[in-house]
Design a protein around this ligand. Structure first.
Ligand SMILES: *Cc1c(COP(=O)(O)O)cnc(C)c1O
Length: 386
């Protein structure tokens, strides 16, 4: 089976992890800060806070921005459920903004919803745009709306580390208040499990660091009274243990050294797919326009009239040994969100996309033979008589 995504681990990655296993610190050691400062420098942001997943990072970002009961957080329905769950962890209400042709949150739909929300007194505190498949959202437009309507931006860039927007790296352009990356093995670089939040705000970084470790501070200037002694710390709020280990950080750090090569390889694969599948009836991903996609996914659409439709084509691709997948089941149609009052039909563009979507295998470690197998299997699957 050729999976839709998988990690690319080098011998040097293995050595980096082994080195930590033989060192003094398996956690709370030097690898974490090194990973943070190297990724911050790579992206072009002054602050980075590493945690054990992007899900934790999204929760931490919402908490640092003061999201709580009674607040509203909006995100894209075309995402993994973690993009919405983070607001629920904080007790806030979630709503969604439908997607545009680039499969990201539609700026026009966002503007329209903000106009209505202002009239109704229900403006969001935070909006979480998701850089679907590695393609940056229209961040300049979303920033302009944030300034006009007074919300903060947490960019869920779980798919987009290594990508750019208008010539600057995702995470570094400063249009988002906080940018979140994931290092799950199917993403661009991996630490096993892991995530990181980047920000240009020293205050937000400080709040996130505290939240990551139980709400504890060791900084006397943040305590309610003079320290009792050199051992002293204070828990000043309720936090979590969201720490990444040094073992994971060492892997992520070593992978970061190859990130541009890993993204370049994904673009090579995209080139083969675009060329090999052009004209076959599948609707291929849009070309990059506002920046360079990190190409986490290569999602195609199978129009209803093509070779029996998506479900049939999907089954044939699986039959041919491709671990194709579907990204995403619209979040608002999940039973948990239906219980909260959402229903099918609420966000028709995301639902229409879901009904036609297939993610083809896309990862840097693919061999030339695997890439050719994917193209041949796709051509055969759409040529079949239903
Ligand atoms: C993978 C992913 C997450 C969650 O990442 P984890 O590191 O697995 O917690 C969140 N949002 C999106 C869009 C993702 O693809």
């Amino acid at each position: 089976m050729i999976p839709y995504g998988r990690q690319d681990i080098s011998e040097d990655d293995v050595r980096a992890v082994t080195r930590v296993l033989r060192s003094d610190f398996l956690t709370q050691g030097p690898e974490i800060e090194a990973f943070e400062s190297e990724l911050a420098a790579y992206a072009g942001a002054p602050h980075a806070v590493a945690v054990n997943s992007a899900t934790s990072a999204l929760h931490m970002a919402c908490a640092a921005l003061g999201v709580g009961p009674g607040d509203k957080v909006w995100t894209s329905p075309n995402s993994f459920t973690a993009s919405a769950n983070c607001a629920r962890y904080c007790g806030a209400d979630v709503d969604f903004v439908d997607i545009g042709p680039d499969l990201n949150i539609s700026v026009a739909a966002l503007r329209g919803k903000l106009v209505s929300a202002r009239a109704a007194g229900t403006l969001p505190k935070v909006v979480i745009p998701v850089d679907f498949a590695g393609r940056s959202c229209e961040m300049a437009d979303i920033r302009a709306l944030a300034d006009e309507y007074g919300f903060s931006i947490v960019e869920d860039a779980s798919h987009a580390v290594g990508g750019t927007y208008q010539g600057q790296r995702v995470g570094g352009h400063g249009l988002s208040d906080i940018t979140v990356f994931s290092f799950h093995p199917v993403k661009i670089i991996t630490s096993g499990e892991g995530g990181m939040a980047l920000t240009h705000s020293a205050e937000l970084a400080e709040r996130m660091q505290r939240f990551r470790t139980h709400g504890i501070t060791r900084d006397p200037s943040r305590m309610t009274h003079e320290p009792d002694g050199p051992w002293y710390y204070q828990q000043v709020e309720l936090g979590f243990n969201y720490r990444l280990t040094d073992i994971h950080a060492a892997l992520g750090r070593n992978q970061l050294r190859r990130i541009d090569e890993l993204v370049r390889r994904r673009h090579e694969i995209r080139g083969v797919y675009d060329h090999g599948l052009g004209g076959c009836g599948m609707v291929l991903p849009l070309p990059d326009t506002t920046g360079r996609s990190a190409l986490h996914l290569y999602p195609v659409r199978i129009p209803a009239g093509l070779a029996g439709g998506r479900d049939k084509v999907f089954a044939r691709l699986r039959q041919a040994g491709l671990g194709v997948n579907v990204h995403y089941i619209p979040i608002h149609t999940q039973p948990y969100y239906r219980q909260l009052g959402f229903k099918p039909g609420d966000f028709p563009e995301a639902e229409a996309y879901y009904s036609e979507a297939v993610s083809l295998p896309m990862y840097a470690a693919m061999t030339q033979q695997q890439i050719d197998t994917v193209v041949k299997a796709c051509l055969a699957a759409v040529a079949s008589i239903p």
